[in-house]
Design a protein around this ligand. Sequence first.
Ligand SMILES: *Cc1c(COP(=O)(O)O)cnc(C)c1O
Length: 400
Amino acid sequence: MSRSFPAQDALIGRLDELGTLSQLRRRRIQNLPCSPAMLSDEQPMLGFASNDYLGLANAPALIATAQAAAARWGVGSGASHLVSGHTEAHETMDQTLAEFTGFEAAIGFSTGFLANLAVMPALLGRNDAIFADRLNHASLVDGALLSRAELHRYAHLDLQALEHALAQSRAKTKLIVTDAVFSMDGDIAPLPALLELAERYDCWLLVDDAHGFGVLGPQGRGTLASFGLQSPRIILMGTLGKAAGVGGAFVAASQVLIRWLEQTARPYIFTTAMPPLLAACVTRAVELISHADDRRAHLQALIRSLHAGLAGTRWQLLPSGTAIQPVIIGGNAEAIEVSRQLEACGIYVPAIRPPTVPKGTARLRVSLSAAHTEAELGQLCEALRALSDLADLSDSEPRA
Ligand SMILES: *Cc1c(COP(=O)(O)O)cnc(C)c1O
């Protein structure tokens, strides 16, 4: 092995430290397309771990679209949007997403993380302020920091704290930003009240609907649609790698806002346009989503079955009505132990630990999909009920 040097030794020490805190993560190698049936590090598993909420990631209709679009467009786009990478497939995708979400215009991004890095720096600078829910997704935190605007993080869902901060602010341009469905708790932001505050204090409202798009609202049009909200102040970010089953993301808003992003958003301008075949798949996925009431109804039935199945056990679900169903465990080592015990029964539910969630709230994050059957959900409930009756799993927790 080559000789180390002090900066690298420091990394080795920090990795060791993560190991001691049970915070080291391991990538398992998957050998099947995304579906509840997994082959994970060569082990057959029943998975409750994907964001493929409608079961579209591996849908025959989308595979056929991808094949036809590859034949039509080839694979790569070859350039960024403003140079020569913006194909008719991208243009159709943008228009389809605008129409589906009920906004004047939309613009596609390569990933949701990039979209969230794009919006705030394009709209705000040093004399401005951002007001963010403390449990917002990491990409929103980074996007806010990148803008150099003053960042106020309010306690989760605490509208009073938010209003207090807004009332005190003397910033020129202000923006409130929130996850619509919080990615680790599965609860939903009070979007009508947030819009009211945005109007009262003259702010933009940026809503990240990564987990609501395709799942909530009439025809799966998203969380804003489920509340019937519309306003030129609202900027919607939606991801296309979750319920849509493809990959990428979009921002939908007023015509003016979208044109501004197209002209100034660096993560839009200085990156290669997504492969046109994926844009074609997204357009098809939106059509599938809008006709997927049966899949959404099945997903809701699975959520009810999970809550009924765990009633009376030690496993407390958060009051989430979305596909994200966390079981709070507490300690890191205990959460890992429960996940490991499930794995021994052939069921994969990831343990989510700090820093992804606050300290002391390590959890199992059960993700449900319309691709799960009631029988598969029954297997999960049965395994968890059996573990619930076992001796104290927290015995494996290292003592402070
Ligand atoms: C997944 C997710 C993102 C990032 O989207 P990608 O397309 O996966 O990069 C952003 N925000 C939230 C709330 C998410 O859950």
